[in-house]
Design a protein around this ligand. Structure first.
Ligand SMILES: [Zn+2]
Length: 127
């Protein structure tokens, strides 16, 4: 296991968003495994940074992924037709950028990127 690379995704719980994100990260970053942290509309949750119970839970799971699996990449995901965050794409992209700031404030030594999953379930790098 030790030579296998892990990355971390803070993704929506939506089943449609899982495989595209896993496949994109595996291909673009030559990652073997993606630790998936899921919530409904996590970009909204992290952008608002209000629900401390959920935020702490996400943070704890990120920490396990970084410490135990030596992940050094976290991807924050938003997607088309999100039931947990039913707002338009431009608003979701803003939320992804704010969510990145929230995760940066946790001061882990990691790269943080944003991903948008579009209506064709294709993945685009946001930031
Ligand atoms: Zn969703």
């Amino acid at each position: 296991m030790s030579n296998k690379k892990f990355a971390t995704a803070i993704n929506c719980m939506d089943g449609r968003a899982q495989m595209p994100v896993i496949e994109w990260l595996r291909k673009e970053y030559e990652i073997n495994y993606i630790d998936m942290i899921t919530e409904p509309g996590p970009n909204k949750i992290l952008a608002e940074n209000k629900d401390s119970h959920v935020i702490e839970s996400i943070k704890r799971r990120v920490e396990i992924s970084l410490n135990r699996h030596a992940s050094n990449l976290v991807a924050i995901v938003g997607h088309h037709d999100c039931a947990g965050n039913p707002v338009k794409k431009d608003r979701q992209l803003k939320q992804i950028r704010s969510a990145i700031k929230t995760v940066k404030s946790w001061n882990f030594e990691i790269q943080i990127i944003g991903l948008w999953v579009d209506e064709n379930w294709e993945v685009h790098r946001v930031e």
